[in-house]
Design a protein around this ligand. Structure first.
Ligand SMILES: [Zn+2]
Ligand SMILES: [Zn+2]
Length: 359
């Protein structure tokens, strides 16, 4: 017997097809054995959503109709007994679901599974009133009760936060170390906060657009620099000057910009670690890095993508212990205004844009 509230037969959803979207009335998904149905209480827009609308996605062949939205939280309104005791719970959901069987999934690296599925990409996501969460996600621990003290917004923002956790963990940042972050959008500012929480020393932010530099001071970097139009020359001088010519221990490139990657490597101190957090546009992913810097300074270059379930859960723990993200939200829209929400996310004068399908 499936536990469930009585629900309407149809719901509002933003359905994307071939780069365009329409707000439509569609059937409420019916969960199979082991699945959950989650009523979406908060969902946030991500650069990935904008990219899918612009350029498509390999998991969405031409003609595919899909509901996007992979950063969300809500309440479980339907659950079969096989789904455990999640019925009625407030939950946040890690959207990436591994096959559960390959050698990567068995090591917990579901983010690298070649057969992964993702809510809001290969499966319908959260820009709808209800989302079906498949049994595999439930059994792999992707559905996490939201601690009482955390808001729906915090639950939604936990997805990008957990990607940031993976990125910073890859650098092995230790307390007192200096950190240089390229990109002061929501991701860059999450890196800044996480680094601070974990005891970073000096933190330097580099951001090209003036509008985002204006939003960044709230984040509390020690130094906020413009990348500049000179290939980053003046910016690099400023970083070296402020670090006593040593360079930084950790650099994060959270911007899809090859020249930021080149500059980041040059600015690492001996033993420094670089995380390439942002991918580069397809066809433009060749980047220049001086191999002798890596060799003679014993640098480590890492890349990360997505998050593991363990990191997703760690994100909620950190937020419950006081890591605050809600002030990164600069706009909110009901689902009916999905187009305006997309425009607000694309114009980069703000930070995080929320969509609430049940308003
Ligand atoms: Zn995202
Ligand atoms: Zn797998």
């Amino acid at each position: 017997v499936t536990a469930g509230y009585s629900l309407p037969a149809s719901m509002r959803a933003a359905v994307v097809k071939d780069g365009a979207f329409a707000i439509r009335e569609v059937p409420v998904p019916s969960p199979a054995a082991g699945d959950l149905l989650v009523k979406v209480e908060a969902a946030s827009l991500c650069g990935t959503d904008l990219r899918i609308l612009r350029a498509g996605h390999r998991k969405m062949p031409a003609g595919t109709e899909r509901v996007l939205g992979h950063e969300f939280a809500g309440v479980v309104v339907k659950a079969s007994p096989a789904a455990g005791d999640l019925f009625g719970k407030r939950v946040a959901v890690a959207p990436n679901i591994g096959c559960g069987e390959c050698h990567l999934c068995r090591r917990g690296l579901t983010n690298l599974c070649p057969d992964y599925q993702a809510l809001g990409i290969g499966l319908d996501g959260a820009f709808a009133q209800y989302v079906r969460v498949p049994a595999e996600a439930v059994s792999q621990g992707n559905v996490v009760p939201l601690p009482d003290e955390l808001s729906w917004d915090a639950g939604a923002l936990n997805e990008p936060l957990s990607c940031v956790i993976r990125g910073l963990e890859a650098t092995g940042m230790k307390p007192g170390e200096s950190v240089l972050i390229f990109g002061a959008g929501p991701i860059g500012l999450m890196f800044l906060r996480l680094a601070r929480l974990l005891g970073a020393g000096q933190v330097i932010l580099v951001q090209r657009s003036a509008s985002r530099r204006e939003l960044a001071p709230a984040g509390g970097a020690d130094l906020l620099l413009d990348f500049g139009e000179d290939g980053g020359e003046r910016m690099q001088e400023a970083v070296l000057e402020t670090t006593g010519n040593r360079g930084v221990d950790v650099a994060i490139v959270a911007a899809p910009v090859a020249e930021a990657q080149t500059a980041a490597l040059k600015l690492l101190a001996v033993g420094g670690r670089l995380n390439l957090f942002g991918g580069l546009p397809p066809g433009r992913s060749l980047t220049q890095m001086d191999a002798n810097l890596i060799h003679y300074r014993e640098l480590v270059v890492t890349g990360t993508t997505g998050q593991t379930v363990a990191q997703y859960r760690r994100g909620l723990d950190l937020q419950a212990r006081g890591l605050r993200l809600d002030d990164l939200i600069t706009a909110r829209y009901p689902l009916q205004a999905f187009g305006e929400a997309l425009a607000a996310a694309a114009d980069k004068t703000g930070l995080k844009v929320m969509v609430n399908p049940n308003q």
